[in-house]
Design a binder for this molecule. Sequence first.
Ligand code: NFS
Ligand code: SF4
Length: 663
Amino acid sequence: MAKEKKIVDVNDLTICEATAQMITKSREDGVETAFDRAQNMKPCPIGADSACCKHCFMGPCRLSAKDPYGKVGVCGATIDTIMARNFARMVAAGTAAHTDHGMHMLDVFRGVVNGEISDYGIKDEKKLVAVAASIGIETDGREIMDIAKDLYVELERTYTQVEGEIPFAKRVPVKTLEMWRKNDIVPRGAMREIMDIMHRSTMGVDQDYGNIMKQCSRTALSDGWGGSMVATELSDIIFGTPKPVVADVNMGCLDEKQVNIIIHGHEPNLFESIFASVSDAALVEKAKALGAEGINLVGMCCSGAEMLIRHGVPHAGNFMSTETVLVTGAVDAMAVDVQCIKQGLAKVADCYDTRLFTTNPKGRIEGVEHIEFDDHNPKECTDRIVELAIERYGRRSKPVEIPNIVNRGVHGFSHEYINYMLGGTFRAAYTPLNDNIINGRIRGVAGVVGCTTARSKQDFSHVELVKELIKNDVLVLQTGCSQIALAKAELCTPEAARFAGAGLAEVCETVGMPPVLGMGSCVDNSRILIAASEMVREGGLGESIADLPAAGCAPEWMSEKAIAIGQYFVASGVYTVFGGTFPIVEDTKFFKLLFGGLEEQGLGKWGFAPDPIEMARLMIEHIDKKRKALGIDKQRERILVGMEERRDMSNNPVTKGCKGPMH
Ligand code: NFS
Ligand code: SF4
């Protein structure tokens, strides 16, 4: 007899009303999504603790979290070795994903520089010059293309260099870099580091968890300061550096009267090309001939976040909404490239007659039509996708149901723009940000990033955590699926300053900025690293990134990429808190290293809390500890007293039964 499937109340699965509406519809339609599959797939408890090893077939070996030192693997591997090797492989996979994406941008850049790619060019020459200068390339009086050629050669070293330090190590604050050198964790080239970590984590190589951890840092740094940073910087140079733009998010961005196309994935070139295709007059005419009012292009996940911050292209939702958006029946085509693309999309697309296309040679899905994307002739692929979407519009037969929810916000806070916004055109600098931190109006800075997951209520922890942080005067920087969660909760608006503490609210109101600054995709976490370096360089907040009153968090993480990001933040000196679950056995030596030992070595450290308010508490406590070490806690204390008093007043909108701006 088939086991009865567990059905959970939609309100326990997500706080995104549009997604909830579509989960309900999917159930009525008899269509299964990840939300329901998760209820019927119990995570393996041993794997969840990272207490098993299948690195050779004398195993798989399973150790016990209850008695971690009671047993070793067949080869003798201890719990610490096993957990460290598993962790290393997650770092390797996450780093590989980001750096391969960066490498693809490098391929595009090479094509542009050599004149082999003509559909894209160099859109931001100023940024090209700035990036080149930042790594020591002579720029004075030189032709743009000459600088670009040198930049290409330098950046290629990020991947292929076998010895020495990656080029962007030159951007790292001196004290932080010194500490990396002392710990021997400055990355050489990403390919070398990933190869090294894969080698040492095979059976019978590195069996010292501390030594494995060092290579985890080195590899992850080759992502944050390497592959991811190259991806961000080159995408800005080729497609434009973001500046604040008003844009809409949520499923209401779909339009029943138009041909709807969703791009979901991670590399911006596919999206940029289809952006051109949808304004092609002939294609628009074709759509109109079939009765459509136009062609509506919408993003999802990270390439969506990039198009949102760069061009204000509307965004339909984050990772946990990619299947449910198809349940609207309104999506005529969805084209995907790489990363975070659920295989389950194929079946859901089938059920609603949405045309689903893979486009990247390394990202195919069994049974799904593949239209290969080639940067040398990108429009061939994207025009075809648009044509097929129009065709599907013409034969729409099933009823369409689009949740009527759109949330408007301001996005696109590149580190260059933060500089300009706070400093003004003539004195662009991080001085005002640092000053406001020193005088205590801003308590500190938090990066809140990362995924949504079928294992926790979608968006809930992101929104609760960020509300708690801004209420306590912590300025929040955001990327990835987290940014979309907060955009849907309407906290990416200048008006959201009313939810901030008095100090942060004052700064936001003076500058006209939101308390939550959307910076883009997950590779754009490198923007946060650069912003942190600028803050150190500006002065007054210590000498290394580890001195800053700052913290990071991925409250609903699920991807190996998140582990790589967490590790490069930790290795850069940032206290980084993860929510949901953490693949580790508590009170082991490896646990103590991650959650404390690394900090003693001068790096940051990991933190974990299942509850968003607890995450906020840990982060704020850390920020206050750093303020104290910098001797700027006194200024802050005075303001805090005022704040407490203010909060006692029952008419305070922040504390008075505020359920947040979700509607
Ligand atoms: Ni980042 Fe982007 Fe989202 Fe998580 Fe996936 S889309 S790269 S991994 S789920 S934030
Ligand atoms: Fe077991 Fe050791 Fe093989 Fe891992 S490497 S599966 S612990 S024998």
